[in-house]
Design a protein around this ligand. Sequence first.
Ligand SMILES: NC(=O)c1ccc[n+]([C@@H]2O[C@H](COP(=O)([O-])OP(=O)(O)OC[C@H]3O[C@@H](n4cnc5c(N)ncnc54)[C@H](O)[C@@H]3O)[C@@H](O)[C@H]2O)c1
Length: 263
Amino acid sequence: MNNRFEGKVALVVGGANADESRLLGFAGLSSLKIARDGGKVVIGDIDDEAGERSVAKMKEAGLTADYVHLDVTSETDWLAAVDTTVAFHGRLDIMIMAAGIPDRGATIESTEVDEWRRVMDVTNMGMFLGTRAVVGPMRKSGGGSVVLISSMMAKVVRDQANAYATSRAGMTHFARSAAVQYGADNIRVNTVLPGWTLTPFTSSMFNDEWSERLSQRVPLGRVADASDIAGPILFLASDEAKYVTGTELLADGGVVGWIGSLD
Ligand SMILES: NC(=O)c1ccc[n+]([C@@H]2O[C@H](COP(=O)([O-])OP(=O)(O)OC[C@H]3O[C@@H](n4cnc5c(N)ncnc54)[C@H](O)[C@@H]3O)[C@@H](O)[C@H]2O)c1
């Protein structure tokens, strides 16, 4: 523990899985670490049960944390969450946006229109509404850091899963655009591009056999856990990255750089 987030207030969206007695999400673990390192945290999510449970445990441990229901596709929810955060703590310095849903992995022709729209809504409408809601309070706080959780799928494609990959690529370009627009306000906007990571998001898919198969495609030889991704997120959120904006931090164990074995 150190005090790198002392005096900072963070809104962590999609961070409900922050209960250490269960499988952690990486935004959940980021919430825990920010609070342990002196920050004040508000977690927003649609999984109210997980969010309330996580926050209750953080409070028991003497940390400053609260939970708000926040559906990232709702502008009303974003504005209410930001208002609550500022009402509780008087400022807003960090926003991490990790809410996401997978697609079914269908071809373009077999992707339902509603499925495409839903993935785009959660990821791309979510990042737009969220960034828009936080820049005002961050400007008043003298600056801030927005960290959007994209995916290594922003860089590569599979034969299917078009909606997810396209939405994730949209996040990186949006972050560059926001970084340019808000640089003069000392508001930094960056993306983290995680690779295959065992979290609640993937736990139904990543059984032992699947993890073993994936690991063979990872130069570092294993799939990630939440701590592998929370590190890069917290670096970008913190003042250690105070001259970093508009960039992409790929945390994929080397997958995207590898063309594969020629044997
Ligand atoms: N785990 C991986 O392998 C991996 C890899 C690359 C990117 N990602 C992305 O990382 C992000 C974080 O996922 P994680 O792996 O830590 O799992 P996670 O399940 O802990 O986090 C995702 C959270 O998003 C929330 N959510 C879903 N829809 C929402 C909505 N409309 N409004 C608010 N919250 C909503 C869920 O309730 C959940 O708490 C996701 O966006 C995911 O797409 C995950």
